[in-house]
Design a protein around this ligand. Structure first.
Ligand code: BG6
Length: 473
């Protein structure tokens, strides 16, 4: 592995910071989401309501524990740490003229603390955290005005942290929307679907405005500091054909296109031909102006990041779905893979396959910015936590990425495990779906004193970093 490989971990503001109403912070969409559970969706309430359980309000209180937490990361030898800037700390409603100084100051202190230990900060600008006022009053990214609000926010961050942060990502898992249309919300774009009929068209329109916002931010950022690395962030879970039947192979290709087209626009600055055909076939009228096209060309990203947790398999149904439109209802269980307690199919080989898929298409330097295993952990009587299942998952995924680098020759800048310290799960709002090397004493009901303790995997990852990935056992 390269000597400067960025071994580290990733998380997001709303899943860790808590302090939802401290320091002038406004309400974000994550602040109105209740706790759910396996198979129980989170609800979105109309503002913050008395008597509801909002797990992100306190989360793991990173806002007040960040020094202790960063010291733990430094003890493991972290070279990098990814988090997001909560938009509502900087612009509490999203549409103000001036940023909130107290919010800006918090991230100054946080980045200084990381730099103290030579930990490179990797920063996402928007990680499922749209200001609630933009959701309620503007319809999120379905409104062209939100482009301007985002660019103002991004510019404030670039200017303030230009000497502290080099690696940026614009929108976390921007392509999650391909799957979200079956739910009640497009969280990344801040749009409440609530039964609106043309959900797919809405998704394409808001995605377009987000992509324009991202491209404008990239342009602006590189003017402010030409050394910035500004990337896209794709939620990447490859889709395999269920069998070698040619129709299944075609369906898998169509699914890959329809799940990952956002990367084409981010990297190549233009829409793939087949997607424009799809718009036409469905009669979607997407507002894409000539000026937008120019902006997309001028604001292409200069590295590519993605998360990886699992893979899927899909079956074709040419009779009922002759155009091979992507829909999760065609997914089938992959009989070769085991799954986590949340049904996420464990597939390290898919990570190697995915690294090659991206590199062949786009040829950009890449970074894995999320990969991890959500599981129930047991605290033994003596206080130890023996999370061998997590070590096994991470070990095999690191083996796979090493093969992609050393045997296949992909250009990989780093690996950020998700999430080094337990967090609130994004999909379910649970604390008990644990990811960390560090245990946080708090459960789904919100009970616990938030104390931190090292799991077995903590010592394992420390050794992985020390040996630059040479010793994984
Ligand atoms: C990614 C998100 O989709 O997966 C994270 O970027 C999220 O925010 C992670 O936490 C794991 O998903 P979950 O639902 O288990 O928290």
């Amino acid at each position: 592995m390269r000597k400067d490989f960025l071994w580290g971990g990733a998380t997001a503001a709303h899943q860790t910071e808590g302090a939802w109403d401290v320091g002038g912070k406004g309400i974000s969409i994550a602040d109105v989401m209740t706790v759910g559970g396996p198979g129980i969706p989170r609800r979105i309430t109309d503002g913050v309501l008395e008597g509801e359980n909002y797990p992100n309000h306190e989360a793991t209180d990173f806002y007040h524990h960040y020094k202790e937490d960063i010291a733990l990361l430094a003890e493991m030898g972290f070279k990098s740490f990814r988090t997001s800037i909560a938009w509502t700390r900087i612009f509490p409603r999203g549409d103000e003229d001036e940023p909130n100084e107290e919010g800006l100051k918090f991230y100054d202190d946080l980045f200084d603390e990381l730099r103290k230990y030579n930990i490179e900060p990797l920063v996402t600008l928007c990680h499922f955290e749209l200001p609630w006022a933009l959701v309620k009053e503007y319809d999120g990214f379905l409104n062209r005005k939100t482009i301007g609000f985002f660019v103002k926010f991004a510019t404030a961050c670039f200017e303030r942290y230009k000497d502290k942060v080099t690696y940026w990502m614009t929108f976390n898992e921007i392509n999650n929307q391909a799957d979200a249309i079956q739910h009640h919300i497009l969280q990344e774009g801040g749009i409440l679907l609530n039964g609106r009929e043309n959900a797919e068209e809405i998704m394409y329109q808001s995605s377009h405005y987000e992509l324009v916002a991202s491209a404008l931010a990239v342009k602006k950022g590189l003017e402010i500091n030409p050394n910035f690395k500004i990337g896209c962030m794709i939620g990447y879970n490859p889709v395999y054909p269920a069998t070698c039947k040619p129709e299944d192979v075609l369906m898998a290709q169509a699914a890959m296109n329809q799940k990952y087209w956002w990367a084409y626009v981010h990297v190549r600055g233009e829409y793939p031909h087949w997607l424009l055909n799809k718009f036409e076939r469905h009669g979607y009228k997407i507002d894409i102006t000539e000026e937008d096209k120019q902006i997309l060309k001028e604001g292409v990203v200069n590295y590519l990041t993605f998360s990886y947790y699992m893979s899927f398999a899909i079956k074709a149904d040419p009779e009922n779905n002759p155009h091979y439109d992507y829909d999760r209802k065609y997914f089938v269980k992959n009989e070769y893979l085991k799954a986590s307690d949340w049904g996420w199919q464990i597939d390290p080989v898919g990570l190697r396959w995915g690294l090659n898929w991206f590199y062949d298409r786009f040829g950009l330097p890449m970074m894995i910015v999320e990969n991890g295993f959500g599981a129930y952990d047991k605290v033994e009587e003596d206080g130890t936590i023996n999370d061998d299942y997590r070590i096994a998952y991470l070990r095999e995924h690191i083996r796979a990425l090493k093969a992609a680098c050393e045997e296949d020759g992909v250009d990989l800048l780093g690996y950020q495990m998700w999430s080094p310290i337990d967090i609130v799960s994004a999909s379910t709002g649970e604390m008990d779906k644990r990811y960390g090397f560090v245990y946080v004493n708090k459960n789904n009901a919100g009970e616990g004193d938030l104390s931190r303790s090292r799991k077995k995997s903590f010592f394992w990852y420390k050794h992985v970093i020390e040996t630059n990935g040479e010793e994984l056992d």
